[in-house]
Ligand binder design. Structure first.
Ligand code: ATP
Ligand code: MG
Length: 517
């Protein structure tokens, strides 16, 4: 075991670092990793993760976390920009507009959050107690949503590098939550031998579901399936609620939508108030939403004052809850489980999972097997810290194959191959259909390891081929190269011998497994 290792959960709404290793175990006699909660509020608010909010004030360095969030909800100054949910904008090569024409690449804004997490974690009292032995964070395991593609992972890596952090490996967020919740120092994950766990993680930016199984002998844990939704999560619920509140406000005031541009700080405060009401509705039946100076009409400020009932809110998000239920069932189907009864535990994490209708939806299928993770804000980062400290290396769970012309499958990435940068493997295929001017390589994953059924992946290579040559020789030689990247993706490239033309793609939809040494 490492003496001190780190896991980072960089998230849409809240982010946190956890640490684990023999030195932490000796010093604190903990059973599990320590969460390095935000030091700036631990005395006043208690154990809180860092809000993923960045505040740019004119002529000043960026401020991140609780200070940025509280300023965002109250500030009325000109020239200030607040950026939240930057994680949703990674991987698109996109600049984010700040104020006064200033723009910044999304990954640089994410880098501010990583830098803040590193700085705050390094001054944490728990680590300071270790005196001279206290660690600085350089390398860490980082978690990502199940649908995060290669470009998004690359942006995370760039952001980390900017912040002086090195990536050890990526892990899927719900998979890490499972490890963080069930692990303890003595047993590791042995109490889960032969068991299947479904993790349901609904946060501010994404829904991430994974179904994982620990082998009978306790030597491995592997994702049997995962599924996710990127455009229906807590942030979108806030926006739905804001639209509803705005319509109520308009119907009372007789104004039209175009008459009421909600600008600058009022927009940020409106979002804050809507989110607060949404959170309150998870524990009480009715919540007030108040926004001072909501709009200005002929220089006169007008406030918004509305009330929303839990039932009304649940009606607003009913489609999203149905979509989440479908996502869970897709995950079970992908794992080819004939019955939900074959799942031993269901673990809920993520703020959006606190909504009573969401829990009821899961209980409808899984009954009393549904449980909420202990300290859900830290479960994912704990899992990442455990994997870093235990040196569990991720491997690919299901073989990835190309479909051949006789409908058989040719494996290009076998199961159990380590998911870290490796030498490429090259194969030659012959394209025997002379008609179209492209040779297609379609990718599949074995539905379940050892199974005869294959599932089509959303990935394909289309290599321009020369029909004249192919009509003569009746085939074209396609040389394909495959390499696992440090981002736990499979880079695929193929070239036609007749045209010399290339095509490439990156498969990110791989399932993680870990050897529990
Ligand atoms: N009690 C609650 N009831 C309803 N929603 C809540 C509650 N607490 C938090 N939320 C919402 O959950 C979201 C934040 O959850 P969480 O901290 O799990 O997200 P995240 O991990 O930052 O996001 P993601 O995993 O999607 O990147 C926010 O949209 C927040 O408003
Ligand atoms: Mg999350």
């Amino acid at each position: 075991m490492e003496s001190m290792a780190f896991g980072v959960d960089f998230e849409t709404t809240n982010s946190i670092v956890c640490t684990w290793g023999s030195q932490i175990r000796e010093a604190f006699q903990n059973e599990k990793p320590i969460a390095l909660w935000d030091t700036s509020v631990i005395a006043t608010l208690g154990k809180r993760p860092h809000p993923s909010v960045v505040w740019y004030a004119p002529g000043k360095e960026a401020v991140v976390g609780h200070e940025a969030k509280s300023r965002m909800l109250s500030y009325d100054g000109m020239g200030h920009a607040f950026v939240r949910s930057i994680k949703r904008r990674l991987g698109r090569n996109e600049d984010v507009e700040l104020t006064g024409g200033r723009r910044k690449p999304a990954f640089e804004i994410a880098a501010e959050i990583f830098r803040h997490l590193k700085n705050d974690a390094e001054k944490h009292a728990s680590l300071a107690l270790l005196g001279d032995r206290r660690g600085t964070i350089s390398e860490c395991v980082v978690t990502v949503p199940v649908n995060y593609d290669g470009l998004q992972r690359r942006d995370i890596r760039r952001a980390m590098e900017r912040a002086g952090l090195r990536l050890r490996c990526f892990l899927h967020e719900p998979f890490a939550a499972l490890i963080g919740h069930f692990y303890n120092w003595e047993a590791k994950l042995q109490q889960l031998r032969g068991k299947r766990v479904l993790v349901f993680d609904w946060g501010g930016g994404t829904l991430d579901v994974c179904l994982a199984e620990v082998s009978e002998d306790g030597s491995e844990i592997a994702e049997l399936a995962h599924d996710g939704i990127e455009d229906r999560a807590g942030d979108d619920f806030d926006k739905k609620l804001m639209t509803d509140l705005k319509l109520r406000f308009l119907s009372k005031s007789g104004l039209k939508l175009d008459d009421v541009p909600i600008r600058g700080s009022a927009a940020d405060r409106f979002w804050g108030a809507a989110e607060r009401a949404k959170i309150e509705l998870s524990s009480i039946a009715s919540a007030a939403v108040e926004v001072a100076n909501f709009i200005e009409i002929y220089g006169k400020p007008i406030d918004l004052e509305e009330r929303i009932e839990r039932e009304e809110f649940e009606n607003l998000i009913n489609d999203e809850v149905i979509a989440a239920e479908a996502c869970v069932h897709r995950c079970l189907k992908k794992a080819r489980l004939s019955s939900a009864g074959l799942v031993d535990h269901v673990l809920m994490v993520g703020g959006t999972s606190c909504i009573p209708a969401v829990r009821q939806m899961l209980e409808k299928t899984f009954g009393a097997r549904v449980a909420v993770a202990a300290e859900p804000d830290a479960a994912i980062a704990r899992g990442a810290a455990i994997v870093a400290a235990e040196r569990w290396e991720p491997f690919n769970v299901k073989p990835i194959a190309v479909k051949l012309s006789d409908d058989s499958f040719f494996t290009v990435l076998p199961a159990k191959r380590e998911l870290k940068a490796s030498a490429s493997s090259a194969f030659t295929f012959y394209c025997i259909d002379p008609r179209p001017a492209v040779a297609n390589l379609m990718f599949y994953e074995q539905a379940v390891n050892g199974d005869a059924e294959y599932r089509a992946l959303n990935a394909c290579l289309a290599v321009p081929s020369d029909p004249t040559i192919r009509q003569i020789a009746n085939l074209d030689r396609i040389v394909a190269r495959f390499v696992v990247t440090d981002d736990a993706t499979l880079f695929c490239e193929a070239q036609s011998s007749s045209t010399g033309k290339l095509d490439s793609c990156e498969i990110y939809d791989l399932s993680f497994g870990l050897r529990l040494k």
